[in-house]
Ligand binder design. Structure first.
Ligand code: NAP
Length: 169
């Protein structure tokens, strides 16, 4: 599902429409649903100040909003299964904020907390929720993990010690 579909879906959902026009078709083709793996993800590395609003929106949409909406849409089918599982693929960055990945870290940490809360919410109801925290791996996604042009950043202050500068003068 492409991002444009999700924007369309977000409008539909506010009006109580279907979670996604393709979701019912996928369920029909699969004949039901026992396991949902929220794996799709994208990242744009770089300083926050050179990350565009569109790139921020894309990360929050694909890495956080989409898995929440897909999980919500899948709930009736997962309940029918009786022994179902939701797998959320987050990132090690969800556990420790890494510089130049601020938005991605926020989205993945949000997804991890979503899964933790949902796991407790569904305890004993036949739907298990598993959170995966992969480490850095060479995959197609990482090829687009492009750090954009960096602005020249000057240190704001020089080290000083009681009237002396950092060269001891
Ligand atoms: N590689 C790493 O170092 C690493 C580390 C931690 C976590 N992860 C996570 O692991 C998961 C899998 O990533 P990967 O590393 O295995 O890379 P990958 O092979 O490139 O897989 C990323 C998947 O996300 C899909 N995707 C991206 N944007 C999408 C969109 N707007 N709509 C629908 N699908 C979209 C891609 O589909 P298309 O191929 O059709 O574009 C692709 O199937 C991601 O959630 C990622 O954040 C990766």
């Amino acid at each position: 599902m492409r991002k444009s579909d999700w924007h369309r879906d977000r409008r539909g959902s506010r009006h109580g429409g279907p979670a996604h026009p393709n979701f019912g078709g996928a369920l029909d083709a699969l004949g039901g649903l026992d396991i949902l793996v929220n794996n799709a993800g994208g990242v744009r590395a770089g300083r926050l100040e050179v990350t565009t609003e569109a790139e921020i929106d894309a990360m929050l949409t694909v890495d956080l909003l989409a898995p929440i909406l897909i999980t919500r849409a899948a709930m009736p089918s997962l309940r029918t299964s009786g022994d179902a599982m939701v797998v959320n693929v987050t990132s090690g960055i969800a556990l420790m904020g890494v510089p130049f990945y601020a938005t991605y870290a926020a989205a993945k940490a949000g997804l991890a907390r979503f899964g933790e809360a949902l796991r407790r919410e569904l305890k004993g109801e036949g739907i298990h929720v598993l959170t995966v925290y992969p480490g850095s791996t060479d995959t197609p996604m990482m090829k687009t993990n492009r750090a954009g042009p960096e602005p020249r950043v000057r240190p704001r202050t020089r080290l000083r010690c009681r009237g002396r500068d950092d060269r001891g003068h």
